[in-house]
Ligand binder design. Structure first.
Ligand SMILES: Cc1ncc(COP(=O)(O)O)c(C=O)c1O
Length: 387
């Protein structure tokens, strides 16, 4: 088998495809990528500069520096209600590597994993790399994009993991405590591991962020966090995971094989972010809320709003017509209007007829993007309405 055959069937993130095409064009309005447009807070950069001058350029322990894991355990206890210790935390190369480590550690080839639809594309790519069988559970706008527990019950059968993502990319939904409790009860009944991706936990406008790990009675929850989104630190590549000891050990073994350890410099920056002033996190979240309000108002006026996001910096919008290939639509929007968005179908079949706009961009870009979307979607409209 050649390298390419081994990867046959492995899709690509449609977001990265749009980014690649956008990179060949000029004057593009970028609403495709899920990356804060704010710089990393200056005190974090300064701490990293000091760490660099002090020689933080070597390997660390595979599971990450003890001082950072101590601080993370304290944060997990305080903010998430999770009984973490430094020993139950692994620092990872972003949330992506945490999800990779977790799915690789707890699935065997052929095991079924339950993924949200629509959901972050890398969940599926990582599950495929782990040799798992993907079963999607539907998130519908009419139920606030909350999982349907009856549907989960019928899919859970012989599955081994359920992936939860709240606040959710791409829907912007924030799961209620009731939903979290319902999923945990179902997971216990079916013997599922719960992988909870909470990388947007700091960007919540309405409702409260509930960590399933804080309600976990029997060690079945793996919790994934990241510094990328809340602290505007995407390029530093620092995330973390907490779970019961046996899973943590397995994730550390995966990590040793894949990246050896997370970057020391990144870890020093993360420690400064965690222990320094937090107002800047709230200020960025506030800016995203104002942009969410603007996008909702404009999309609603254009008849393209799907649902009002309660968190994250994403909003789903109608592409105007059912049955339209959203990859084609995103390509046309880019080539004809110079506006880059993420095609809905990259998030799963439930993304048909939709596109995702990232609100990690200026209000002007959001307004220009919605206007262009409205022009192109208008040509495809078959009674799109704001449901
Ligand atoms: C739901 C979700 N999880 C995890 C990640 C990974 O982010 P990072 O690897 O930068 O922490 C992303 C990034 O877009 C995401 O949307």
């Amino acid at each position: 088998m050649t390298a390419h055959e081994a990867l046959d069937g492995l899709g690509r993130s449609g977001i990265r495809e749009v980014m690649d095409l956008a990179a060949t064009l000029s004057d593009v309005v970028h609403l495709e990528i899920g990356e804060p447009d704010f710089p990393t807070p200056p005190h974090v950069v300064e701490a990293a500069q000091r760490a660099l001058a002090g020689g933080a350029v070597k390997y660390t322990l595979s599971r990450g520096e003890p001082a950072l894991r101590d601080a993370l355990a304290e944060k997990l206890r305080r903010a998430n209600g999770i009984e973490a210790t430094a020993e139950s935390v692994v620092v990872t190369a972003g949330g992506t590597a945490a999800v990779f480590g977790a799915l690789t550690a707890v699935t065997r080839p052929g095991d079924a994993v339950l993924l949200p639809d629509p959901g972050w594309p890398a969940f599926e790519l990582i599950a495929q790399l782990a040799g798992a069988v993907v079963r999607r559970y539907r998130l519908r706008p009419e139920s606030g994009f909350e999982p349907d527990l009856d549907e989960l019950d019928s899919l859970a059968g012989d599955a081994c993991v359920i992936v939860l993502n709240s606040p959710s990319n791409p829907t912007g939904a924030v799961s209620s405590r009731e939903t979290v409790e319902g999923v945990l009860e179902l997971a216990a009944r079916h013997g599922l591991v719960v992988l909870s991706d909470e990388v947007y936990e700091q960007i919540v406008f309405e409702g409260e962020h509930v960590s399933p790990g804080g309600l976990d009675a029997d060690g079945r929850v793996i919790t994934v966090h990241s510094f990328s989104k809340g602290y505007a630190m995407t390029g530093w590549r620092v995330g973390y995971l907490t779970a019961r000891a046996e899973i943590v050990d397995a994730v550390v073994r995966v990590q040793e094989a894949v990246v050896a350890c997370p970057s020391w410099l990144g870890q020093r920056a993360a420690l400064a972010a965690l222990t320094g002033p937090q107002e800047v996190v709230a200020e960025m979240a506030d800016a995203y809320r104002r942009r969410r309000d603007l996008a909702v108002e404009l999309l609603e006026a254009a008849g393209l709003l799907v649902a009002r996001p309660r968190g994250t910096f994403y909003v789903l919008a109608s592409a105007g017509a059912a049955g339209l290939d959203t990859y084609d639509f995103a390509r046309r929007l880019l080539l004809e209007e110079r506006v880059a968005v993420a095609p809905g179908e990259t998030f799963g079949p439930a993304g048909a007829g939709l596109v995702r706009l990232s609100l990690a961009s200026s209000p002007e870009a959001i307004a220009a993007g919605v206007a262009a979307l409205s022009r192109l979607a208008g040509g495809h409209r078959v009674g799109a309405s704001s449901t």
